[in-house]
Design a protein. Structure first.
Length: 541
């Protein structure tokens, strides 16, 4: 059987889909959550096709649909969020932190009850392996619990009063206002909730636009949002992003743009806000993280981390290793080991045991990756594992390809491929990878492989001004979620660790007075009368 047919054969016939993972029926999501109501939608819908093709079924497998909302619906969501915030006087922003924590805990319990449905939709909508889809769900729940702990710590720290230069002051964090949350297709649940949950728990009201691929998985959560939060606190926005999101930004009523997506989109959206000084942006954007493998590197370790870094979830991670610089003296050895190990990876459906490579989520991606490969071949590179089928594409499945030697003229040197392609650049002079990182428009992370303390120190000191995180002898990654996750240049704006996300979605509020006995008594009375939510010194356990 030829290589293409081998890939084609991996797609299942209907009866081959394990019982556990079958979608009982397509999910036709016909509701929008606006102002505390699940409104029925009778307008046009977007049909969702799975990247998992079914053998002998033409065309793609339809798994559901969701509303193509209009700017009129988006406007109603926006107004609901503005009214619920009510200049900071709404029920949610003025609720005690303790009560807001309770509501988020309640939401989480409702979310956990729908785990199976959400995980299954992650599998069918974006082709994520069952193991990774479960991990994404569990990591998100863990993130929420860690956020709750962090909010308690923050509350307890900021309940204290500071006395400085005859002033008494209390400094707390208060919400910004209306937050527009948009997550990416590759971690639709996790990355959306790493902005939405901190924004929510700090007292903001939310406009939530799910990603184009990865929308249906939120259907099981609409009821939970409705039941856990006061009306207007969480509102959904559906429809064509290019129409609806500019409309929201141009209204000037969005106070925070929380977007995990492309820098081009973020750039144009920010410019649409009529009062740019009022807009705060929390952005996770493009990245092309490099691995720099020095001549003394442990080759087996570098190969293992390169594979995990470049090919987990088919390379569709913002943190993925997207270009590998290898010292020429070990390039041959490294390449041979890489070919061997890539060949061991299992390609299949999300439920295939120990699978690594699964169908690609974006319909246009296989064609784009083919263009990248053709461009590299035309400019002098080869696909090192071509004999083994590297680079073969059948519908949404692509066998990972190792491309060598990649140079500055190729798309794979400059563009974020976001797929299972490993471009390798040989180098003699350490200035080559350094120059790459310095001149790259992106600055998320880098990985260095070596044991040489001098070389590592030089790279750390040179690159600390270019990227947000430097990984030693390990792949690039976001986790653990308590570490700051950020980026330089066009890769990010703001930092998103569990603690820092709370800062990102809030602003300092200082209550201060001159230290006189009259003012001291005034504050004491307010505290003991327990009549202000803001000026209070409650501790939360
Ligand atoms: O796409 C970006 C994700 O946040 C990746 O998270 O690097 O911990 O897998 P991770």
């Amino acid at each position: 059987m030829d290589k293409i047919n081998l890939l084609g054969n991996l797609f299942p016939a209907s009866e081959e889909i394990p019982e556990n993972f079958r979608l009982k029926a397509p999910v036709h999501q016909k509701q929008m959550l606006i102002n505390g109501k699940l409104e029925e939608w009778n307008g046009p819908t977007h049909t969702v096709f799975s990247p998992i093709y079914i053998k002998n079924h033409e065309p793609q497998h339809e798994i559901g649909s969701y509303p193509i909302g209009t700017t009129i619906d988006a406007h109603r969501s926006l107004e609901a969020a503005v009214v619920a915030y009510n200049s900071g006087r709404g029920e949610w922003p003025s609720m005690s932190v303790k009560q807001r924590i309770k509501q988020v805990e309640y939401f989480t319990s409702l979310m956990i009850a729908r785990k199976k449905d959400i995980v299954n939709l992650l599998i069918w909508e974006i082709g994520k392996s069952t193991v990774d889809a479960e991990k994404e769900f569990d990591r998100t729940v863990e993130y929420i619990y860690e956020t709750i702990k962090a909010v308690k710590r923050l509350n307890n720290r900021s309940s204290a009063f500071t006395i400085q230069q005859n002033f008494i002051g209390q400094i707390k964090k208060v919400p910004h206002g209306v937050v527009l949350c948009m997550g990416p297709f590759n971690y639709p649940l996790n990355e959306t909730f790493t902005t939405l949950i901190p924004a929510l728990i700090m007292g903001n009201t939310i406009l939530f636009k799910p990603p184009k691929h990865g929308t249906l998985l939120f259907e099981p959560l609409l009821e939970a949002f409705k039941n856990a939060f006061p009306k207007g606190v969480v509102n959904t926005v559906y429809g064509r992003g290019r129409d609806i999101v500019p409309f929201l930004m141009q209204s000037g009523k969005v106070d925070v743009l929380a977007l995990i997506g492309s820098s081009k989109v973020a750039d144009s959206l920010k410019k649409m806000h009529p009062r740019s000084n009022r807009l705060k942006s929390i952005l996770g954007l493009d990245a092309k993280n490099a691995a720099i493998i020095l001549n003394d590197a442990d080759i087996d370790l570098a190969v293992k981390e390169t594979i995990a870094g470049a090919l987990s979830f088919n390379g569709q991670r913002c943190t993925a290793l997207k270009i590998i610089f290898v010292h020429s003296s070990i390039a041959n050895q490294f390449n041979l080991r890489l070919i061997e190990e890539v060949e061991k990876l299992i390609i299949g459906m999300p439920w295939t045991e120990a699978v690594t490579i699964t169908p690609l989520a974006e319909p246009g991606k296989p064609d784009y990756l083919k263009q990248c490969l053709d461009d590299a071949l035309a400019k002098g590179a080869t696909i090192l594992n071509q004999e083994q089928g590297g680079g073969t594409i059948y519908r949404s499945l692509m066998k990972p390809s190792i491309v060598y030697p990649v140079n500055v003229h190729m798309k794979l040197y400059n563009e974020e491929q976001f797929g299972p392609v490993i471009p390798i650049v040989p180098f003699e002079d350490i200035e080559t990878p350094i120059d790459y990182v310095i001149h790259s428009p992106y600055g998320q992370q880098v990985s260095i492989f070596s044991q040489d303390i001098n070389a590592i120190s030089l790279l750390i000191d040179t690159l600390a001004g270019q990227v947000g995180r430097i990984n030693l002898n390990s792949q690039c990654q976001r986790s653990p979620d308590t570490f700051p996750f950020n980026g330089r240049k066009d890769s990010a704006e703001g930092t998103l660790s569990v603690d820092e996300a709370l800062m990102a979605f809030s602003v300092d509020s200082v209550v201060a007075t001159k230290q006189t006995s009259q003012n001291e008594s005034l504050i004491e009375e307010i505290l003991s009368a327990n009549i202000s939510t803001r000026l209070s010194n409650h501790v939360i356990f």
